[in-house]
Design a protein around this ligand. Structure first.
Ligand code: PLP
Length: 410
């Protein structure tokens, strides 16, 4: 049999492999203080007890005849969908229907699978730097052409850098799908409603679709920054939104997320008819998924109870205090950075003309801090570097101290 050439030919997951191998090589000779890992994009705080108890109780209920559950509904249990609808949309003035929300095991799962709804010739644009899932999933489907070691020839890269204030340029007219992620991974930057509206208007004018990844929306601390693309007028006709409990509620190991596909989002078929992406996604789920487990969905629903809300807010505040500690050190050292205000990521400009990997090595050798080289997220990430606010407080404090000791001018 012949294999899928687009997967067989995909470049390796170079970034994290390369980070691991450089850290491993360093540790072989390094005998001093411990290495601080500020490269991860994973949460570190334990699950709130209130939520874990609901999770455990739901699992125990499965051991009773009355509480036992078989296959869950493919699109999710109504008790969870209703909570999402009310708390994340209706209470914020966004009208949606229950059947426009689909529960899944991850925003990564959905952001990667959504491209199955697009034609094989759909033309794709994404920001540069970018969360790699949008790129890889389209590359695996054979939509991006050849890779030259830096870029895919068939994709449109929208440079998102200090020069344009981290506001990506509009894609050209011939693009069919634009992926946006706000608050952004990796830059930690956000867009205002007015800024976001430009992409919605572009999508309307060009019959294009926006896939909006809002996995970090819980970190937004300013009501003027949209938590959902549907806060922008007209977005319900052109946008799909992927959300997750992973970063909101520490569910990276529990696995629960949801995707919103309004019924008004349509695409053109070969038959020249308009097709509902909502219907197509429901049809796809019916064939490809048996849903998300009952205890997981009960745990996710607990996130919306008062005690759950309080607990997750505390965890988010904890991470954002880590960000404040790191930012204060960068300020003291005159190192330029972006983000870290409505997102757990700080995107810093490597000082002293370092490129991304040069700064990685320097930081590892002098401060024993591991971060993520920006160029690993796309060519426009060159000279940038990502630090994460996930992690223990004492590590953030120690990292801040080491940064000051090394970079602060006397
Ligand atoms: N979307 C973005 C932008 C992310 O950075 C991540 C994880 O790092 C995800 C989605 C993954 O979400 P999930 O854990 O729900 O699959």
């Amino acid at each position: 049999m012949f294999v899928n050439p687009h997967i067989a030919g995909l470049p390796g997951s170079y970034l994290f492999q390369e980070i691991d191998s450089r850290v491993e090589a360093f540790l072989k000779t390094h005998k001093g203080r411990p290495v601080l890992r500020l490269g991860i994009g994973d949460v570190t705080r334990p699950l709130p007890k209130f939520i874990a108890e609901k999770f455990a109780q739901a699992a125990l209920n499965m051991a009773t005849q009355e509480g036992f559950k078989g296959y869950p509904p493919g699109r999710g249990y109504p008790f969870l969908i209703k909570k999402i609808l009310k708390n994340d949309y209706l209470d914020r003035g966004i009208a949606l229907d229950e059947d426009e929300i689909f529960i899944s095991d991850g925003a990564k799962t959905d952001a990667a699978a959504i491209q199955e709804l697009f034609s094989s010739s759909a033309r794709i644009a994404f920001t540069d730097p970018v969360y790699p899932v949008y790129v890889d999933s389209n590359a695996m489907a054979g939509r991006l052409g050849e890779y030259d070691g830096k870029r895919w020839a068939g994709a449109q890269y929208l440079p998102t850098t200090e020069e344009n204030g981290f506001i990506p340029p509009l894609p050209s007219k011939n693009v069919d799908v634009l992926y946006l992620c706000y608050p952004n991974n990796p830059t930690g930057t956000v867009l205002t409603k007015e800024q976001l509206k430009k992409y919605v208007d572009w999508a309307k004018e060009n019959d294009a679709l926006i896939v909006f990844d809002a996995a970090y929306k819980a970190f937004i601390s300013d009501d003027n920054i949209p938590r959902s693309i549907y806060e922008v007028e007209g977005a319900k006709d052109v946008a799909i939104e992927c959300c997750s409990f992973s970063k909101t509620a520490g569910f990276t190991g529990v696995r629960c997320a949801y995707t919103v596909i309004p019924k008004s989002v349509l695409g053109l078929g070969k038959d020249k008819q308009k097709h509902s992406l909502n219907k197509m996604w429901a049809r796809r789920i019916g064939s490809k998924s048996n849903g998300v487990s009952y205890p997981v969905q009960v745990a996710a629903a607990a996130v919306y109870e008062d005690e759950g809300k309080r607990a997750i807010e505390e965890n988010i505040a904890y991470y954002m205090e880590n960000a404040n500690i790191l930012k204060a050190a960068l300020n003291d050292c005159n190192i330029k950075y972006f983000g870290g205000e409505h997102a757990p990521y700080i995107w810093l400009k490597a000082p002293n003309q370092f490129d991304s990997w040069g700064f990685f090595d320097y930081l590892l050798n002098t401060c024993q801090i591991v971060g993520t080289p920006g160029v690993g997220f796309g060519p426009s990430g060159e000279n940038y570097f990502r630090l994460t606010a996930f992690g223990e407080r004492k590590n953030a404090e120690e990292a801040a101290k080491r940064i000051r000791d090394t970079f602060k001018e006397a």
